[in-house]
Design a protein around this ligand. Structure first.
Ligand SMILES: [Zn+2]
Ligand SMILES: [Zn+2]
Length: 150
């Protein structure tokens, strides 16, 4: 668990005024590095903060992303996901279980470039899709069965 002061430090570093709800939401992201959606964050916090609304969670996550305190990922075509890991990394989405994983990329120019010709780069995303370690055996077994049935 992140301490409250660590969470407040993160918010202040990115110019976000630390209200109680913002601290709870930022803290949830920092404790749950599984790229949660708005719904996941809301469900995770609503029992401990009964006054929290889904709109507040939505707006706060947008704010955190806008200020750079969290990343906003569009790797999942159904749900926007959020990430408190703001260090250089790529993402891998499993097409079978839907989990989104962090992938280390070492020094990747595509993820550090600040300008390309006349374009000023404000965001960089590197997305991979495939099958995670837990799913790939099952997917391979299914493909083999399907091939045998054909
Ligand atoms: Zn998987
Ligand atoms: Zn990530």
């Amino acid at each position: 668990m992140e301490t409250q002061s660590e969470v407040i430090k993160r918010l202040e570093r990115f110019g976000v005024k630390p209200s109680l709800q913002r601290i709870a939401i930022m803290g949830y992201l920092m404790d749950n590095l599984v790229h949660p959606t708005v719904d996941t964050v809301f469900n995770g916090l609503s029992s401990s903060i009964p006054t929290l609304s889904k709109t507040t969670v939505y707006n706060t996550l947008k704010l955190l992303a806008r200020q750079g305190a969290a990343l906003e990922l569009s790797i999942d075509d159904k749900n926007v996901r959020y990430d408190a890991n703001i260090f250089l990394h790529a993402h891998f989405r499993c097409k079978h279980c839907g989990s989104v994983y962090d992938v280390p990329v070492g020094s990747c120019e595509a993820l550090t470039v600040t300008s390309i010709g006349d374009f000023m780069v404000a965001e960089r995303h590197l997305y991979y899709k495939g099958y995670c370690g837990k799913c790939k055996a099952e997917v391979a077994a299914r493909a083999a069965t399907a091939a045998a049935d054909a």
